[in-house]
Design a protein around this ligand. Structure first.
Ligand code: GUN
Length: 413
């Protein structure tokens, strides 16, 4: 795969707050929304994974709707900042009829992650309104990375929308590992907190795996704790006494990482049947590549993971009916890698030079979108594809955690 490095792509060094690099952490989980979308249409497509069928389609133009303009000086203070937010609007009744997904159209084969994520948030809001007390998500942010600050802000905003209480703990770059571990231990014991998220990456002097492992698995809504990974990687049909139903990821009794879960949920809600299909996952990170490969396999796909040492990567991808690109390299996946009609899910968020834009750069995925969409059956745009789904799945994990906690409390009574 090393031989396919894009020669024409000029990847920007961090500009304003944005970090681009081969490390997937900096590139994934970006929850941008598209500012402009047009009206819905139904068109018929024939895909490699399904027969001729109608799809609702979308066109979204424009890039990130937010760009903080003034870099913040990092604080030297040792104390953390705490914010608590609970939505004042979580009063809808559980029987309220949901709005249909508002899809928009122009690019006939786009998968509209923004609309599907909005639908999921609306469903969660209804569910949250039935709970005796609000689910709580604690978000720990260490340092002054602008991209991480933006992601955390978007996560908290989404919490507010669905009625999840968010508890923010912001630490300076100089915070020690012990300070973060102490906070995690405290949150593990806090009954108002059902999910704990430590925004990654952490400053280099903090060992990420120590922090991830400190979170109790049932509050690890990121799904990164080794016990949650082990459950995901088990081909058994049970965890404990509960029979697993991989068709309904929200029902499994442990936390599945949010971006991989979001990719599969997008495919589910677009009607893509994975059974018996060839799937290629490009990238082998703990956060996306590995877990999404497991989820695809649990759905009876035949999965190949393509990585930096893979020989003939393009050929392997060309054989795939479904492609998940999660490698963190701008526009690396080209049109001639893609089988006609294949479904392409692009997890990457990368910034490249764009002299025609006011900001001088634009956000693109790992897929050469404009060209690949000419052959793909369906494709996720960047932004507006996987990004919003990651947040929706974080909320779902948190709500599920609260529901399980409430059920176990009433069983004990
Ligand atoms: N940084 C980028 N993506 C993620 C994510 O999904 N979870 C966490 N905790 N940090 C991230």
């Amino acid at each position: 795969m090393a031989s396919v490095a894009p020669s024409c792509i000029n990847i920007k060094k961090p500009k304003l707050f944005w970090t681009v690099g081969p490390a997937l952490f900096g590139n994934i989980g970006c929850f941008l929304s598209n500012p402009i979308c047009t009206v819905a249409n139904a068109v018929f497509v024939r895909t490699a994974v399904g027969s001729l069928r109608p799809v609702l389609t979308t066109s979204c133009t424009g890039v990130a709707s937010f760009v903080p303009s003034v870099p913040q000086a990092s604080s030297r203070s040792r104390t953390s900042t705490v914010t608590v937010t609970v939505s004042a609007t979580a009063t809808v009744t559980a029987t309220r009829k949901l709005n249909p997904i508002k899809m928009s159209a122009k690019s006939s084969n786009d998968i509209d992650g923004k609309a599907i994520a909005a639908q999921i948030r609306a469903e969660l809001k209804v569910r949250v309104a039935t709970l005796p007390s609000p689910p709580g998500l604690a978000v720990i942010l260490v340092g002054s990375r602008r991209d991480s600050q933006t992601y955390v802000r978007m996560k908290k905003r989404a919490c507010e929308e669905v009625g999840v209480a968010s508890f923010g703990f912001d630490y300076p770059d100089t915070a020690t590992e012990q300070e973060i571990l102490d906070k995690v231990h405290e949150l593990n014991q806090d009954d108002k907190v059902h999910g704990i998220l430590v925004q990654l990456p952490l400053p280099a002097h903090i060992d990420e795996s120590n922090v991830i492992q400190a979170v109790v698995p049932h509050k690890d809504v990121d799904g990164l704790h080794p016990l949650n990974t082990a459950s995901l990687c088990s081909t058994g049909t049970h965890v404990g006494v509960q029979k697993l139903n991989w068709k309904d990821m929200a029902s499994v009794p442990f936390h599945i990482p949010c971006t991989p879960q979001g990719c599969i949920e997008l495919l589910d809600r677009t009607g893509v049947d994975l059974k018996g299909k060839n799937a290629a996952v490009i990238g082998r990170s703990n956060l996306v590549g590995l877990p999404v490969a497991m989820l695809l396999m649990h759905r009876d796909a035949t999965v190949t993971i393509v990585h930096s040492k893979t020989v003939n990567a393009a050929q392997i991808v060309k054989n795939a009916d479904v492609i998940i690109a999660a490698v963190g390299r701008a526009q690396m996946v080209k049109k001639d890698w893609i089988k006609q009609g294949a479904v392409v899910v692009d997890v990457g968020i990368n910034s490249i030079d764009d002299p025609s834009s006011k900001k001088g750069y634009k956000l693109v995925g790992d897929v050469d979108y404009a060209n690949v969409k000419q052959v793909a059956g369906q494709i996720t745009p960047v932004p507006g594809g996987v990004g919003p789904m990651t947040i929706a799945m974080l909320l779902r994990n948190t709500v599920n955690s609260c529901v399980r906690h409430t059920a176990s409390k009433s069983e004990k009574k």
